[in-house]
Design a protein around this ligand. Structure first.
Ligand code: SAH
Length: 389
C-alpha cells in the first residue's frame, strides 16, 4: 500500500483525532487512482492508519482510524454494526433517524438515513462512492429487514470531489410514497423526490419541542419544507398556523401532510420568506410564535459576512411581528457561522429594536448526528427558543 508522509509541523491536528489530511500537508501527492486506500505516516514514520485518497480534492485523505489492507464487506459490516447499536440505544422508539453520520461514525464521507425499512444514502467522497456496492452488501448484512436503498447523491459537496450528481435505487424497491410517524404526526415521504435524503431529521426533536409550546398560539413557520414545525404546532393545538416555503413541490407535500393528519387550522403558502416577512411587517401583522429554519446561508467561510446579514434581517423581521410575550424559534445550519456569532447577530438586532430576549432553550444536532470534538466541521446546527419580554 502506498504510504504518504505528513510534512513537518503538520501532524498536530491528525494526532488529536482529526480525520482529514489537506493536500498541502502531505510531502507528495502521487498520481494514484482517486479513492485508493493509502497509509498516512508522521514525518518520522509513525502510522496514523489508512485512509481514502483523492489527489484532486483539497481534503486529500480521509482517515479511517484503521490498519486494514483493504476495505472489505467485513470492515464495513463492523463499522455499520457499531453505528446501528448506538442508534438502537439512542432512538429505540423511532423509525426515522440518521444511522451513519460520516466522520463522526468513523465512516468519512458516508451518510445513511433510515426511514422505516428503507435507507437513503449519500457518498460524499470518491473513496466511499467507489465502494458503494460493498457498503450496500454490508448494510443488508447489518439490517436484514431493509427492503430498499436509494442513493440521494445530489449534494453540492460531491462537486468538490469531482463526483457527478446522481439519484437512483441501489437495491430492492423504494415505494413512491411512504408514511411514517414523528411523535404523533404522520409524515409523507417520497424518497425518490425530496431534498437532502428525504427529510430534515436533524430538527426532529426541536419540532416536537416547539410543537409543545404552541397550544393556543398563532404560529408562523418560515422555511416549512414538508410542514414539519407547522404540523407539530397544529397537532399540539395552535390556534392557527401558516407555513411558508419557496418550493412549490414542498408546499404541495406540506398540504398533503396537513390533510393526512386532519389538521384544518394549518395552511401553507408558496413565497420567498424575506419578501413575505417584509410585507407582513408593512401590513402590521402579528404572530405569537415565529419559526425560522432557513437553509445554510454560508456554504464556506467566505460567505460568512453575507450569511450574517441574512440572519440579521430574518430575525429582525420576525421580532417585528412578535408582541411582548411572543416566542422566536430560530436556527442556523451553517457550520461556518459559529454559535457565538449567530447569538451576537440576534442580540444586536434585538438591542437595536429595544427588545429584551430571554433564552428558553439552546440546542444543536440530535445525538444520532454526533459531533467529534477533534473535528469542529462535524458540528453545524444551532437552535434557540427565545421569549420576548
Ligand atoms: N423546517 C423544515 C426544514 C427546512 S429546510 C423541517 O423542519 O423539515 C429549508 C427550506 O427552505 C427548504 O424547504 C427550501 O425550499 C426553503 N427555502 C430556501 N430559501 C427560501 C426562501 N428564500 N424563501 C422560502 N423558502 C426558502
Amino acid at each position: 500500500m502506498y504510504e504518504l508522509r505528513l510534512r513537518i509541523g503538520h501532524e498536530r491536528r491528525v494526532r488529536s483525532g482529526h480525520l482529514w489530511v489537506f493536500s498541502n500537508e502531505l510531502q507528495e501527492l502521487p498520481r494514484l487512482t482517486p479513492g485508493s486506500l493509502v497509509r498516512v505516516l508522521s514525518p518520522s514514520g509513525e502510522s496514523y492508519g489508512v485512509g481514502l485518497y483523492n489527489p484532486h480534492s483539497l481534503i486529500a485523505v480521509r482517515l479511517l482510524r484503521a490498519e486494514a489492507e483493504e476495505l472489505t464487506v467485513d470492515f464495513f459490516t463492523e463499522r455499520l454494526e457499531q453505528a446501528f447499536v448506538l442508534r438502537q440505544r439512542l432512538c429505540p422508539d423511532e423509525v426515522m433517524y440518521r444511522l451513519v453520520h460520516g466522520e463522526a461514525d468513523l465512516l468519512p464521507g458516508l451518510i445513511v438515513d433510515r426511514y422505516g425499512d428503507y435507507l437513503a444514502i449519500q457518498t460524499l467522497s470518491v473513496g466511499m462512492d467507489a465502494r458503494l456496492p460493498t457498503i450496500i452488501q454490508a448494510l443488508h448484512a447489518v439490517l436484514p429487514e431493509v427492503h430498499g436503498i436509494v442513493e440521494k447523491n445530489c449534494s453540492r459537496l460531491r462537486e468538490l470531489e469531482q463526483l457527478p450528481q446522481r439519484q437512483s435505487v441501489l437495491s430492492g424497491k423504494i415505494p413512491e410514497r411512504l408514511v411514517l410517524e414523528e411523535w404523533g404526526v404522520q409524515l409523507e415521504l417520497r424518497l425518490l423526490e425530496g431534498q437532502k435524503t428525504g427529510a430534515y431529521l436533524d430538527q426532529r426533536y426541536h419540532r416536537a419541542l416547539t410543537g409543545r409550546l404552541a397550544y393556543g398560539l398563532r404560529v408562523l413557520d418560515c422555511f416549512t419544507y414538508h410542514g414539519g414545525f407547522a404540523l407539530h404546532a397544529a397537532y399540539h393545538g395552535a390556534q392557527v398556523v401558516l407555513g411558508i416555503d419557496s418550493s412549490a413541490t414542498a408546499i404541495e407535500c406540506a398540504q398533503r401532510n396537513a390533510d393526512l393528519n386532519k389538521l384544518s387550522q394549518v395552511h401553507f403558502q408558496e413565497a420567498d420568506v424575506f419578501a413575505f416577512l417584509r410585507q407582513q411587517v408593512a401590513d402590521g401583522a402579528q404572530w405569537d410564535l415565529v419559526i425560522l429554519d432557513p437553509p445554510a446561508f454560508a456554504k464556506s467561510r467566505r460567505h460568512v459576512p453575507s450569511a450574517k446579514q441574512g440572519y440579521a434581517e430574518l430575525n429582525r423581521l420576525a421580532m417585528l411581528l412578535l408582541p411582548s410575550g411572543g416566542y422566536l424559534v430560530t436556527s442556523s445550519c451553517s457550520h461556518h457561522v459559529f454559535e457565538a456569532v449567530f447569538l451576537e447577530v440576534i442580540f444586536t438586532e434585538a438591542a437595536r429594536l429595544g427588545r429584551q430576549l430571554r433564552l428558553l432553550y439552546r440546542g444543536t444536532q440530535p445525538p444520532d448526528h454526533p459531533i467529534l470534538l477533534s473535528m469542529p466541521e462535524t458540528q453545524y446546527l444551532k437552535f434557540f427558543i427565545f421569549h420576548l419580554l
